[in-house]
Design a protein around this ligand. Sequence first.
Ligand code: MN
Ligand code: MN
Length: 463
Amino acid sequence: MENKQKLSETLQMKKQNIFDVSDDDKKRKIFDFAEGYKCFLDEAKTERLAVITAISAAKEYGYTEYIPGEKLVPGDRKYYNNRGKSLFVFKVGSENLAENGMRILAAHIDSPRLDLKQVPLYEESGMAFFKTHYYGGIKKYQWTTIPLSLHGVIIKKDGTEVTVRIGDKEGDPVFYINDLLPHLSQEQYQKPLGTAITGESLNILIGGMPLKEDEGDGSVKLNVLKILNDTYGITEEDFISAELTCVPAFNARDIGFDRALIGAYGHDDRVCAYPLLRAIFESDTPHTVLGILADKEEIGSLGNTGMQSMILLDLIHGISESLGYSPMAVRAASKCLSADVNAAFDPNFKDVYEARNSAMISCGTTMSKYTGARGKSGTSDASAEFVGYVRRIFDKCGVRWQTSELGRVDLGGGGTVAMYIANLNIDTVDLGVPVISMHAPYEVVSKADIYSTYEAFRAFVEC
Ligand code: MN
Ligand code: MN
């Protein structure tokens, strides 16, 4: 028996709950870190707000704006704001960049949400609504009957920009999507969950009062337009050149009697973006470190603010050439953690997971060697050599982590930005926080896993 136990301890792998193996000091660090994260979440509800929040934090750490083509020297701390929707922060190290490459951390700051159409405003049966087109993978029925806030920018006819942010502050009105009362839902109940609420029915309730002394048709819409004109100086045509988006109007809150978990909108992927920024800002390292906060991940990483854009390649070239290194050599020697969330094993839905290869809540940041679906289609699949390298670093720095893939084989799948970075000849693997109810208006993560992710990022940029 003794021999069996000894062999089991030395030979077998086992996951451990981080709270279970942490002393009081560690637990305090975990909980303190979570407080900062919750503040970040409440500020950074859209990619634009995340960029603004991240830049102001970067400035506090002495980062200044990078001008393409500028001469860099070791010690420089820079940020590059790509159109207000994606952000790069980097720190120039002292070591040879061609030999050691960059340490890159890449998270995304866009989250599933409801975007307004270009002609959104209409009135029906005494109520005014906005038409929407959803952004990213959502379960549509989850977005009805919850408070929503409205964010974004409007470029007016004369080119001036108006910023909209309404529904977050105490006392602000919020917005809403109707659902059918149970009393009249017999037919709706018969429909599959995925079609009971359609994309075209996700109309946002924004008003219910006609213009004064006018109860004719269209008067509720006109009243809303008048309020918008008084508040923002816009007309209906200005929606054409606007990016307005509705997100859940919930703030981040602790979940559970023990406060071990956090519920919030947009953990995916700000729960990696926040530790990424903290790790880069707080690290002391001879390496050159690059942090990426990408846009458009939820809709395929396309466009000039997504990870498929040439901007990453351009930046690496700009930095390399300014310091006198071959960009090709720098990329070949660089290493990247694609920092994105994964599905946490959920005992309420265990059939869709394969427990041995699932991320368990509070057992640490989780590495996915590959993502994709149907025979690993659509993944960069990190090499054993690179996974081995990351593993040695985590072990050396005492990072608690686990590995996982997203769900059972052939049941679904997902992608991240990893493949687009790997395509540039950069070793890349996915690592991030396990999430319960991913892409729901209110998602859940463990404070222990957020802190573990932060420790993993620090180990990666410092070792
Ligand atoms: Mn994600
Ligand atoms: Mn996602």
